[in-house]
Design a protein around this ligand. Structure first.
Ligand SMILES: Nc1ncnc2c1ncn2[C@@H]1O[C@H](COP(=O)(O)OS(=O)(=O)O)[C@@H](OP(=O)(O)O)[C@H]1O
Ligand SMILES: [Mg+2]
Ligand SMILES: [Mg+2]
Ligand SMILES: [Mg+2]
Length: 415
């Protein structure tokens, strides 16, 4: 029987659940990281569980998209795609955060809104979102999260999505959510991420990044791509094919970043037991370094970054990867540099960076704008004041060289 969830009972139930998990973690020396400082223990716990759930939701939807159902994808006004998974993850995480912390206490800054979904011609789309969210919540206990007594209805789900309309800012706590980052990669059966961060008084203090198609080990990527090709060419295939993804997370100031595998089949989430520490690469010789960047030329200036790469002595071909998996690659040492220079006029949004920045910095890396200044999460939805572009790097030596190369290349560029 599902646990009953009225507000009072649920808070108590959740508290017990979290405290039990927290005290288990406390007994385990290798996971002292959660208890070194009581701050954010509950937020961390809920955020990691919620992102695991969201990854599982996305995996199911992606298999469906790849094999069929292109009507689950819509185009936004800027021609970028949005899918059933984007809305469903936003609804699910919004619902979980509100249940745990109280609707009144939760401020969420997230990418999606309900405009398209609320139109009468979108009834089929909304029904798909409602089903996806309820299927996901029905599995919540596997992730250590109580599920609702009854399925959520249309209005509850629309309400959960639309409450994520906070503008953030420089005071108080704000969750920052990109339900599916790299939606283009997602619909193409490639890399994407679920990104959840917590901002307190304008600083990003927690980051959780779910990377459902990014295997725990870099070498497994080739295997994954072979599987994907088989999957996309043939008829329905087992969901387990995507099982090798991971979730990364870090708390600001802890000096540690962690990675754990996604769950498979009927496994229960053993968190934080299965986590391992991750660290940035120690390579500081540009000729040995790998740099990654967005896939789409609309999202960054490939010819400018080619010039920067040449100026600073990078020799390897760039690794073009969708989504915040680029931050994940830097954080665990699969690549050394991530550069993104959007066309002028495009303003970077905080949900595209906050979680990745915390994780890269705690794994030992450096993230700044092209002027060498930290990203400013305190000024609302956008990274206001960003100097030209974003540079995430495994260490200070490479970072200094890139900043120098950007200055050298800038005047001759058309940006
Ligand atoms: N014009 C333009 N310039 C720069 N950035 C833009 C632009 N348009 C969109 N976006 C944002 O980029 C996010 C995807 O970034 P990626 O690094 O994954 O790009 S790429 O898909 O690999 O090309 C993407 O995130 P998602 O919408 O969550 O996928 C957008 O927030
Ligand atoms: Mg995004
Ligand atoms: Mg997105
Ligand atoms: Mg988008």
């Amino acid at each position: 029987m599902r646990p009953r969830l009225n507000p009072t009972h649920m808070t108590y139930h959740h508290k017990i659940l979290l405290e039990t998990k927290a005290s288990q973690a406390c007994r385990q020396n290798e996971h002292k990281h959660l208890m070194e400082d009581d701050k954010y223990v509950k937020e961390f716990d809920v955020a990691v569980r919620a992102v695991h759930m969201a990854c599982s939701l996305c995996q199911r939807v992606q298999v469906g998209l790849v094999t069929d159902c292109t009507d689950l994808v819509k185009s936004k006004d800027d021609d970028s795609p949005v899918t059933v998974a984007d809305w469903s993850v936003q609804a699910t995480i919004s619902w979980i955060l509100s249940e745990f912390f109280g609707v009144q206490n939760v401020s969420i800054v997230a990418e999606e809104d309900v405009q398209t979904l609320s139109k009468s011609e979108s009834a089929g789309l909304l029904a798909a979102v409602v089903k996806t969210v309820n299927d996901c919540l029905a599995e919540a206990p596997k992730f250590g999260i109580p599920n609702p007594e009854n399925d959520l209805g249309n209005s509850q789900i629309l309400e959960a999505i639309s409450r994520c309309n906070s503008k953030g800012g420089s005071s108080g706590r704000h969750w920052v959510l990109d339900p599916v980052d790299g939606t283009l990669g997602f619909v193409r059966g490639d890399q994407y991420a679920v990104a959840l961060a917590l901002i307190e008084d304008g600083k990003a203090v927690l980051g959780v990044l779910g990377c459902p198609n990014y295997p725990m080990k870099k070498e497994w990527l080739n295997y994954h791509h072979q599987c994907y090709q088989t999957l996309s060419k043939s008829s329905p295939s087992p969901l387990g094919i995507w099982k090798e993804g991971c979730v990364m997370y870090a708390r600001k100031g802890s000096g540690k970043a962690w990675m754990q595998p996604l769950m498979h089949g009927n496994e229960k989430l053993e968190w934080p037991n299965s986590a391992q520490l991750i660290q940035v690469s120690s390579i500081d010789d540009p000729s040995l370094a790998t740099f990654c960047e967005p896939v789409e030329k609309a999202n960054t200036n490939h010819s400018f970054t080619t010039g920067v790469a040449h100026n600073m002595g990078l020799r390897k071909r760039p690794l073009r990867v969708y989504s915040m998996v680029k931050y994940a690659a830097i954080a665990r040492g699969d690549a050394e540099i991530f550069m993104k220079f959007s066309t002028s006029g495009y303003k970077e949004k905080i949900w595209d960076h906050a979680a990745g920045v915390v994780i890269v910095e705690e794994a030992g890396g450096v993230v700044t704008d092209a002027g060498g200044r930290p990203l400013d999460f305190s000024r609302g939805v956008y990274l206001e004041g960003l100097d030209r572009g974003i540079i995430a790097c495994s260490g200070a030596t490479l970072h200094e060289k890139i900043i120098g190369a950007v200055y050298a290349s800038w005047d001759s560029s058309n940006l």
